[in-house]
Design a protein around this ligand. Structure first.
Ligand SMILES: [Zn+2]
Length: 212
């Protein structure tokens, strides 16, 4: 079941690896594919060694419906997010270093760069630490999501989400680029002025018609 979607999950996993948002088997990709049905990457498998059939189909209790692999250890957190954010269809969890570093410098990454405004939609909040492989990570992600498509998990990494995998992927990759700029600007001692709300709104409106 869901062969096309499993391939999309694997492609997204390879993309976060290619963009250096995770190392080895870190992070995970998940997708809502039906009522109470979710695809999730397997636990502890190096992405380049995965094939689409390694992607697990699980239910809302994290029981494997289809697949021979053990699902991601973060599955309970991911299912919690899907259940409490009905508008999302995809979640990406990474350990991306620039955004995680920025999480130690601020409680929120502001709307300071076009990539944050466009891909993350709104300022990205920093959630306090909670251990991985537990539902608490999902609870904090939901609590700190606000109107953004990303949350920075302090001492851990990042969670992004969206209406589809592409939206979650853009949020993760552009957040990392923006966070790198943020950290470098801070390191130079540069001030990062707040932009006028009407300019931010104009920028976001342009993104809606961006691309083909
Ligand atoms: Zn993690």
């Amino acid at each position: 079941m869901f062969e096309k979607e499993k391939k999309q999950v694997l492609d997204a996993a390879l993309e976060i690896k290619r963009c250096n948002l995770v190392s080895l088997s870190g992070g995970n990709i998940s997708m809502r594919v039906g009522e109470n049905q979710y695809l999730v990457t397997p636990s502890g498998m190096v992405y380049e060694e995965m094939v689409p059939d390694d992607v697990c189909l699980i239910d809302g209790s994290c029981r494997v419906i289809e697949g021979i692999r053990k699902p991601s250890s973060d599955s309970s957190a991911l299912v919690y997010m899907f259940e409490h954010m009905p508008q999302i269809r995809a979640v990406i969890h990474t350990h991306q270093p620039w955004a995680t570093a920025a999480g130690f410098a601020a409680d929120e990454l502001p709307d300071f760069l076009v990539t944050i405004m466009d891909a993350c939609k709104n300022p990205v909040k920093v959630a306090p630490f909670t251990p991985s492989s537990a539902v608490g990570m999902g609870e904090l992600a939901v609590r700190y999501a606000g109107d953004s498509l990303a949350v920075i998990l302090k001492h851990h990494g990042v969670i992004t989400y969206g209406g589809d995998l592409k939206e979650a992927l853009y949020a993760a990759i552009y957040l990392e680029e923006a966070a790198k700029t943020y950290v470098l600007a801070k390191a130079m001692g540069a001030g990062i002025p707040a932009l006028a709300p009407e300019l931010i709104a104009q920028e976001k409106a342009g993104w809606e018609t961006y691309g083909q």
